[in-house]
Design a protein. Structure first.
Length: 260
């Protein structure tokens, strides 16, 4: 393992022990020599880790130590890199810029042996269909979700029918080519899903909605779970109604079978 990964593993070992643990025991857990362990502890202490103890006595990590970005493992960095590239390509422009800025900030404090991982071309986002319109609205929607405020939208459905609604936005879903707003609709008095590219106009309302976002999310998840269970039950019933020979109970081909 790289030195950065070894230091991260040492921190995790120390966190598992609430009482002082000997250097020999730590070296055994990490699979390193006692000399290497002492050197690694000195390095962590130099970086600000509150590790108390000394050789022959034992070591303990005091509470409150936060891992700096340089303590990411290579796989953690690859996960962050892949995620940031997806966000940069498939989310709205402001969120994409934030993802790139975050990775640049992490890269600025990484040691050289890990900084190269951020320039890796072995992980990339494959081409996907162009994203539907709606980029300009997403930053506003995300702000309203965070502040738990209502908004008024003019919405055009698939049949080109337009309606005006007041909604309580609490979630956004990012698909490959579509972004979906999840909200409580005052007009329908129910949860509704709105494609952001079909929002014609959007007007923030300076009024918080009466329920907390977490409560709305919980109720929506429960409702979706019930809906999925009903769909699965109906699908299972439909399969059970078909005899093993694939023919209706009267033994004659049905309409679809005859057409085939």
């Amino acid at each position: 393992m790289s030195r950065a990964e070894r230091l991260l593993a040492l921190i995790q070992c120390l966190r598992r022990h609430r009482q002082p643990v000997s250097g020999q025991a730590l070296a055994g857990e990490l699979g390193v020599s006692l000399r290497t362990l002492y050197r690694d502890i000195a390095s962590l202490q130099g970086q600000g880790a509150s590790i108390d103890g000394e050789p022959g006595v034992g070591y303990v990590l005091r509470p409150g130590f936060m891992l700096p970005p340089l303590m990411f493992s290579e796989e953690e960095l690859e996960a962050l890199l892949l995620g940031s590239r997806w966000v940069a390509e498939r989310a709205d422009a402001r969120l994409g810029a934030a993802a790139r800025n975050a990775m640049a900030r992490i890269g600025a404090v990484l040691p050289v042996d890990l900084r190269d991982a951020l320039d890796s071309e072995s992980l990339f986002i494959a081409g996907a269909p162009p994203i539907a319109a709606g980029d300009a609205e997403l930053a506003t929607i995300r702000q309203l979700i965070r502040s738990e405020h209502k908004m008024q939208i003019a919405y055009r459905d698939e049949a080109e029918r337009e309606s005006t609604r007041i909604v309580w936005p609490f979630a956004l879903a990012f698909f490959e080519s579509v972004r979906m707003l999840v909200a409580w609709c005052e007009l329908r008095q129910a949860f509704r899903h709105f494609r952001t590219d079909r929002i014609v106009t959007l007007t923030p309302i300076a009024q918080r909605y009466p329920r907390r976002r977490a409560a709305l999310m919980k109720a929506w998840r429960e409702e979706e779970a019930i809906r999925r269970a009903q769909c699965d039950s109906e699908a299972a019933a439909a399969v059970a109604a078909v005899p093993d020979n694939g023919l209706p109970d009267n033994g004659r081909p049905g309409k679809d079978d005859a057409a085939a």
